[in-house]
Design a protein around this ligand. Sequence first.
Ligand SMILES: O=c1ccn([C@@H]2O[C@H](COP(=O)(O)OP(=O)(O)O[C@H]3O[C@H](CO)[C@@H](O)[C@H](O)[C@H]3O)[C@@H](O)[C@H]2O)c(=O)[nH]1
Ligand SMILES: [Mn+2]
Length: 740
Amino acid sequence: MEETLSLSLIHVNNSLVFTNRLHIILHFTALCFLVYYRLCFFFQNPQTRRGTTLFPWLLVFASEIILSFIWILGQGFRWHPISRTVFPERLPQDDKLPLIDVFICTADPTKEPTLDVMNTLLSAMALDYPPEKLHVYVSDDGGSSVTLSAMREAWKFAKWWIPFCMRYRIECRCPKAYFSASENGGGDSDGSIEFLADKKMIKEKYEAFKEDIERVKEDHSGDTTGIKGQNHPPIIEVIQENSSSEIEQVKLPFLVYVSREKKPSHPHHFKAGALNVLYRVSAVISNAPYILVLDCDMFCNAPASARQALCFHLDPKISLSLAFVQFPQKYHNISKNDIYDSQHRSAYKVLWQGMDGLRGPVLSGTGFYMKRESLYGNYKIKATDLELRQYVGTSNGFIKSLKQHCTPDSDTVGHTLPEEETLLLASCNYEIGTEWGKEVGFLYGTVCEDVHTGFTLNCNGWNSVLCDPPQPQFLGNGTTNLNDLLIQGTRWYCGLLDIGLSRFCPLICGPLRMSLLQSLCYAQLTYFPLYCLPLWCLAIVPQLCLVDGIPLYPKVSDPFFFIFLFIPLSALTKHLVEVLSTGGTIRKWIIEQRIWMISSITSHLYGCLDALLKKFGLKEASFLPTNKVEDDEQTRLYQMDKFDFRTSNMFLVPMVALLIINISCFIGGIYRVLSVGDWDKMFIQLLLPAYIIVVNSPIIEGLVIRKDVGRIYPSTALVVTSNILATIITSTIYSLLRKV
Ligand SMILES: O=c1ccn([C@@H]2O[C@H](COP(=O)(O)OP(=O)(O)O[C@H]3O[C@H](CO)[C@@H](O)[C@H](O)[C@H]3O)[C@@H](O)[C@H]2O)c(=O)[nH]1
Ligand SMILES: [Mn+2]
């Protein structure tokens, strides 16, 4: 009886599917009318066309086409959303569970505080899984002796922490999060004297551990990691028991420190390169069939994820073609209103569910359980050993691991380090001439290695699954200031467009190898940085035409007026309904609109430019890790829902310049309309700047009203450059308006 019980269930929300599809039909019909209206204008007799307006009409029409194109791509997500429930209690006995390797990446001890990285490490070591079946590998791209020494300290603390978690079935096994929750009165259900005494003792051990980390940092304060970090031989060390056995023998997961070789002359391919080294090194040590990948700031908030993921990986109906189980990224430091939309609500609560109903969600960098075999490409068709060596490299140990993959028998795992082999596998030269990064492992060529790799897996027939249990399993560090948000966005949008412009273009590769709907989803992800084009255009052209008295939209009495009113209203309402139905508020809806506008005109634009420069070989790829150090002042502003505008002028100038244009055109436009009296022709052109100004009011507030540190400091450079930019834009468009 037990065996027939399913490990997971799928739920389809029929009314959601129905309303989504109805909305698609209505909105699409309206878009067709819009295109018809615009085309009629262009095919009109030039004499009947109102004089000089061809150029702005073309610009606005082009923007509408791009917006409609991205909208159509986005409907793939809305077609068949599903959700899932898992039943981990139906899994086989512990002794029948497979091995799991955990990969944790860290890159920079100054931007990624060592104590936090160690907390992530401890939370992963304490997963609810047989410890002898768990192997944790830390990749340190900083090559920092601080990280290595801190891991030795973490190992010592783990000997206290893990038994404590197991004994009292602690839910949150990240010590930092656990102690801060219990300080705030949350967390424990156990009130026994024994528990409280143990907890006090563990708390003291944790404080001592924190001091040890500080001491380690001081001891190594002379290190020039920044320089050394990019030029050093591979370092691999198993973190083990040293004989001073303070407490009785506790079983801990196997822990390995890996810092791959770095040479300035060799491209290291950022995180994808780091993960591929862990893939190989772990293959000759534990070779677990499933791998959990974590960013250094994403700790396990609950210990159940491994078993939940196995509900899919061990389900005979799903497992054969299943490449990975993705958990949504959630964050521990998000304020109630989340003014920067750092939780990416739309992605993790709407889009991924939509893809889950097709071939599966996109790989999202962290918090996923990957089947090891799925990243080995077509190694099975390599008939000879020579072919295989050209494919995956020359390590005999690694080739052997391919042949004996998926052995859940933990006894075969040698807990000694095959040193020569692992050093070879972590060296710069190992990948030269092989298919690593091209067909094997995480793929190179973009800083969004996750989307690229997930897309290629889906193309090759693999599926994925979204597992979003009510209790968040992983919590990361969300960006809580504008600067980090925009820098991270620029990197992502460059990486995404890289994929869209490469030979992996989802609109070409996708439909041949997966469903059209799934390809649309990937295309939406890779092309949405193009939002910058229509948003820039619609923030300038209709406004300038308003002042000049050039109508670009049908007048109020025209039947087509309703089409032009319906389309934005339909899009805004759909967005609002999605926000409300995923637990958001009206305020959240406005915030998301604002962040969409701000990032479209800044980071989307810079991301697109970076991608183009890279395409033409004028710029090298770079990956600036997101800052994870908390700053008190910044946190205070964030908690008060106030924007922290302390970012570079590169981001501020476009925002300020476009607002100057919108405000002055709005005032000029009102004045003109009042004196001429053609408000019915200009109605939509009046609404547009008004909407932009209202949504972006925090920028105006930051510029003129606020006096705190986070305001937009009106430096001469900012004021002059914004005004120059606004003037250049205005005069260029005006001169073209008159000519074309
Ligand atoms: O050369 C590098 C650069 C980064 N990392 C690690 O990669 C992870 C992600 O970097 P982070 O700076 O946190 O970037 P985010 O923008 O926050 O990360 C998101 O976007 C990345 C793709 O750009 C994905 O890889 C991540 O999983 C996803 O959370 C971190 O653990 C880093 O330590 C490396 O190991 N080596
Ligand atoms: Mn991150």
